[in-house]
Write a protein that binds this ligand. Structure first.
Ligand code: UD1
Ligand code: CA
Length: 480
């Protein structure tokens, strides 16, 4: 027999008052995605026939996020009748005529994984029940609806924390806010849901007791990992969810062959990828679409946003965004790589160096105290300590080109636009305003002038004057 069709309804209309935020709750982010995006991505793993997302609070923002994450999803607006029951009712109106299974997900339950969800749906179909809800036994059940069971263990109803008696509040099994329903019975019984509760809302959870009153079976499947059921209502739960998700992500990469020294201070977005034998040192953030190749070492104290790190590269105490770091290259400690940095294989961006929109060729080095922006550096070049690229004339940015195997002296300024030819050298302290031909040595004219005796005349009696006098005396003795 063919499987029934599957429709997913995602509830995302609530205000999220307890977040105390300008941002709608479901758009708060953990692990590199909004709460809602996590839910939509997980829902997609079941390849549903229909997906409906219910919105109301900040509807345009939330609807935009839905379209970005799940273009095939249909957005439905909830009216001013509050409650999760009303939200599902409005989604069902969009699904008029649908007769399969309806999976209801909450936009604020982001850690639900595809396996738990798949198992829930399979159990529901196997048991042939009217509804199956996902339950869990978290360490602290406060705030969740509780699953009330009969003496024989069958599910009787769900009671909200605010409506619970003391005995009910003592129940450890909570409702995760994730359910599968047969469409027909759901539609029929939702219509019967009233508002006689502490919040005066139409609760979806009331459908459970109503189905039972019609002698229809309701099952509850317990999530093996209680974190999958974690609901985010405030910022404390937001950071709990972020930590739980991160722990899951770190464990995943450890099992794939990545060494993570300190999982608690290593943050990896779900969108990042790491190859085997990568080593991640403490206090490191690997964010967005960052990809780290085999054998690379990153950290400690490093943040990589949308970066590509080549095999065996070493990136230490670095902040980098939209940068490419070649194989075997070294970066840091204390480097700042801004967007458009592209460091070639075996290259080096060293200590207290900032780069932006700069292509640095294979085996080229910028070892110390430099700013290199809007520049191209050839292969095998060495940019001297303390070099600054003056790329901005106050109105426009200009490019600097440094050729292959160039050696520039310490404390140079390259005043863009300017070109330093292949194999050229520059002296220490050179302000390069004109192009340097290949193979030339550029130095600034004007030689050093020493004003003899200046200290004795202008700073008489100072420690410097005494030291100078002593040195002069000593050299006379040596001379004599
Ligand atoms: C809900 C459940 C509770 C469960 C918990 C799990 C109800 C009545 N209670 O409580 O049993 O333990 O989730 O996390 O369902 N929403 C709408 N429209 C509304 C109200 C809410 O779309 O009118 C959405 C919210 O945006 C949210 C989800 O539904 O994504 C849950 O709403 P919330 O107010 O957070 O319910 P809880 O009090 O957490
Ligand atoms: Ca909630």
């Amino acid at each position: 027999m063919a499987e029934p069709q599957l429709a997913v309804i995602v509830l995302a209309a609530g205000q999220g008052t307890r977040m105390r935020s300008r941002t709608p709750k479901v758009l708060h982010r953990i692990g590199g995605r909004s709460l809602l995006e996590h839910v939509l991505v997980t829902a997609e793993s079941l390849a549903p026939d229909r997906t409906v997302v219910v919105v109301r609070h900040e509807r345009d923002l939330v609807a935009g996020a839905v379209t970005d994450a799940a273009p095939r999803a249909v957005v439905v607006d909830q009216d001013d009748v509050p409650g999760t029951g009303r939200a599902v009712e409005m989604a069902l109106a969009e699904l008029a005529g649908f007769t399969g299974d309806v999976l209801v997900l909450s936009g604020d339950v982001p850690l639900l994984d595809a396996v738990t969800l798949g198992d829930l749906l399979a159990a529901h179909r196997r048991d042939g029940v009217a509804a199956t809800l996902l339950s869990a036994r978290p360490d602290d059940p406060t705030g969740y609806g509780r699953v009330v069971r009969e003496g024989d263990g069958t599910v009787a109803r769900v009671v909200e924390q605010k409506d619970a008696s003391r005995d009910e509040a003592a129940i450890a099994e909570i409702n995760a806010g994730v359910y599968v329903f047969q469409a027909g019975p759901l539609r029929e019984h939702l219509a019967l849901v009233g508002t006689a509760n502490a919040q005066g809302e139409r609760y979806l959870t009331d459908v459970v007791a109503l189905l039972r009153a019609s002698r229809l079976a309701v099952a509850a499947a317990s999530a093996p990992d209680a974190s999958a059921a974690l609901g985010v209502n405030d910022r404390v739960q937001l950071s709990d969810a972020a930590a739980a998700l991160n722990a899951r992500t770190v464990r995943h990469w450890q099992r794939e062959g990545v060494t993570v020294l300190d999982p608690a201070t290593t943050w990896i977005d779900v969108t990042a990828t790491l190859a085997p034998d990568v080593t991640v040192l403490p206090n490191t953030h690997i964010l967005r679409a960052t990809a780290i190749a085999e054998g690379a070492t990153v950290g400690p104290d490093t943040s990589l946003v949308d970066c590509e790190v080549g095999a065996d590269a070493v990136v230490t105490r670095t902040d980098a965004t939209l940068a490419v770091i070649g194989a075997g290259a070294t970066v840091g400690p204390f480097a700042y790589l801004r967007p458009g940095t592209d460091l070639g294989a075996q290259g080096k961006i060293g200590t207290f160096v900032e780069t932006k929109n700069a292509r640095i060729g294979e085996a080229s080095k910028i070892p110390h105290l430099s700013y290199v922006g809007d520049a191209e550096v050839g292969v095998g070049a060495n940019v001297g300590a303390g070099t600054i690229v003056a790329n901005y004339d106050g109105e426009r940015k200009h490019r600097t080109r440094v050729g292959d195997h160039v050696r520039t002296g310490a404390h140079n300024v390259f005043v863009a636009p300017v070109r330093i030819g292949d194999g050229a050298y520059t002296g220490a302290g050179t302000v390069v305003r004109k192009n340097v031909p290949p193979g030339a040595l550029a130095v600034v004219p004007g030689s050093q002038r020493n004003v003899e005796g200046w200290v004795e005349t202008h700073r008489p009696g100072s420690a410097a004057a005494q030291a100078a006098e002593k040195a002069a005396h000593g050299s006379q003795e040596e001379d004599g």
